[in-house]
Ligand binder design. Sequence first.
Ligand code: ATP
Ligand code: ZN
Length: 618
Amino acid sequence: MRASSIKRSLGVELTNSIKQSRVLLVGAGGIGCELLKNLVLTGFGEIHIIDLDTIDLSNLNRQFLFRHEHIKKPKALVAKEVAHRFQPSAKLEAYHANITDSQFSVDWFGSFNIVFNALDNLAARRHVNRMCLAAGVPLVESGTTGFNGQVQVIEKGKTECYDCNEKETPKSFPICTIRSNPTQPIHCIVWAKNYLIPELFGQSEDNPEELDTTEDADNAEEIEELRREAQALNEIRNSMGSDDFTRKVFEKVFRDDIERLRRVEDMWKERTRPDLLDYDKLQEESASVEPTVSITDQRVWTLAEDFVVFKDSADRLTRRLKEMQAKASSEDEAPVITFDKDDVDTLDFVTATANLRANIFHLEAKSKFDTKQMAGNIIPAIATTNAMTASLCVLQAFKVLQDNLANAKMVFLERSGARAINSDSLDPPKPNCPVCSVAQGRVSFDPERATLEDLVNVLREELGYSKEFSVIKGGNLIYDLDLNDQLSSKLSDMGITNWAFLTVVDEDDRDKDPRIDLQLVISATPELSEESKPVVLQSTPDIPRRPKPALIPPVEAAPVTNGTSVTGKRKREGEDGDGDETMTNGHIAKKVAGESSNGDDNDLIVLDDDDGAILIDD
Ligand SMILES: Nc1ncnc2c1ncn2[C@@H]1O[C@H](COP(=O)(O)OP(=O)(O)OP(=O)(O)O)[C@@H](O)[C@H]1O
Ligand SMILES: [Zn+2]
């Protein structure tokens, strides 16, 4: 877009602050590529891009800055190079690195006006959230899954942070469902991927994360039986490479184990008993099937085809493992093969064995393509969702730059509702959030000299903590009144390195009005002179008293900038009477009929953003 059009659309003041701002973009994947293009074309003066990954073939369908010749090159560097051509005057800086590295300190984060998260995992998002809170830098957090997208503006002390609300943890399945009583195709896929492959070709895992092994009285006996089954399979593993290896595996898992299950009367009162599979019969039925059928990935294979792919992929994996074992020296750890959705041998094996098992339990078989999605927990990434989400990030960033947080929103993209774009007012920080509703302090320490005792003394003498307090590092208690045996240890020997975060919890009784938790950012300053103390308080933080339960202010009432409170409920389909206007306060989203008058797929969204209208094709 020409600079003059931007100025006309956004106004002189905002255009200037955009030009003068220095922003950080974390992640140059699906959202990141779109966002970088938007930032460059909107005229952001200085953009730093960080991504730890290299470009993969599977990124090219949506990460449009990347081409075939870029495969294996660092995403951040290529993104910088390509985006630079859109706007040669833009100042771009790229880092092929992990954002959690200690070189990216609180001070470094603090050097940006806005940070944009375009990440794909919880750990990195949490880290950036914490760093931005510590540095006092606004964060525009975003994410997409399939057709859904979300953008959230986070500002310390003014809005909820990323951790104010609990996040869903990945789904796990009870072990008995996976091993004894599958009721959905996914249960068979998880069985093949997390039980059969590790038992045969990998390190047998007693408790892989997708299996919930919580034992209760009801299933303890069954779990014991399953352990015996796994042991027997492990013995079969020793015959790997012999002619009858695949037959032994087959007859164990698709006949003998099922035979045992069929005898557990209670299990089959409400559902059809599982069937047994016969190796010789399938051998006969599949005489004309070629192993190359495994290339067919969109169609569900027949049982005979599953059988052939099972044998063929088991042979391929056996050969591979034998080769790996032959190459490994005796000191190396025993080589293993683990499931990887992009490793065709393991994917073929999982598809075929999951389908054989699905047939036994009268469940639907899945194509190789579907199995890949399900086994790899893949939710298809949709370029349009990423593009729309990235554009919403920029619109929210405008509010941040204008210091107009009252009008910033949590924005949602949805396919199912009447509107593609919905928004919600930003809530104030949750008073009990362990990440943002804490006081913040900074100390520097001399890594050569500083001990835990030096730190404890600073907390007592300079911050006035009584005896009853504890110090926590990454969820581990490192000090309290009863755990004081490490007082003489050097902080650096305790894993407290530059830019570590510690939490100090006031353990005084409730009636003594304990303080809220204190988050201490520790920076190493080796140049601290011998005369100065080994631990130095950088600033004296204000550490308020913990609100009494009844006194915790209602969430709605917390204030934000310019005296306006950020309140209100999320408006959704059917919740407001007038239907057509969803985003309040200067952001008016109107639905206007497109080609189809029934408000379906061809509708346009008009985002009216104070200084100009933007059309978004739904
Ligand atoms: N700790 C981190 N530091 C830097 N970059 C990160 C970190 N964690 C994730 N990323 C990057 O964030 C980006 C997220 O993009 P996206 O969700 O499109 O994922 P992807 O890996 O490119 O694609 P997919 O997972 O769908 O194959 C990735 O490029 C990834 O490398
Ligand atoms: Zn929070």
